[in-house]
Design a protein around this ligand. Structure first.
Ligand SMILES: Cc1ncc(COP(=O)(O)O)c(C=O)c1O
Length: 136
């Protein structure tokens, strides 16, 4: 694997983030011919965000589940949004989540008019306004 050269950091000089310069990957991608062929099938079908492949994925995903209510969404942010909507989270509600977390959880909490708070042992048991806890 070819690693990018170290980024020159000049104190006081503003630098921008460039993922191609990252030395340590956040994750490793593991895909091969099966995934490439699936991507090709989707692109050739001209159905990118819904359609037969998404329906097949949802069916397959709930094949062994107790119920059949599974819904594919485009990303985790959309999934968090739907989960909070399903719980009827809104103004006056508090959603506990780690202080060090991806911003999507806080964004979706605030987007619904609720308040995010960090877990603290002094606030145990949770106040009545606490409606749910989102793990990191
Ligand atoms: C903990 C966590 N929540 C939510 C997200 C948002 O995911 P997405 O970019 O798919 O919306 C991420 C993305 O890395 C994440 O790490």
């Amino acid at each position: 694997m070819i690693m990018p050269a170290p980024r020159n950091f000049l104190p006081g000089k503003r630098t921008s983030s460039n993922m191609s310069e990252w030395q340590i990957p956040l994750s490793d991608l593991d895909y091969g011919p099966e995934e490439l062929s699936a991507v090709q099938r989707v692109v050739q079908s001209r159905w990118l965000s819904m359609g037969p492949e998404v329906q097949a994925f949802e069916r397959e995903f709930c094949r062994n589940a107790a119920d059949e209510t599974r819904l594919a969404v485009a990303n985790a942010t959309a999934g968090l949004h739907l989960a909070l909507l399903a719980l009827k989270i809104g103004p006056g509600d508090e959603v506990i989540q780690p202080a060090l977390n991806f911003v999507a959880a806080a964004n979706m909490t605030v987007a619904l008019g609720a308040t995010r708070s960090s877990p603290t042992s002094s606030a145990w048991p949770s106040p009545p306004s606490t409606r749910c806890t989102l793990p990191g």
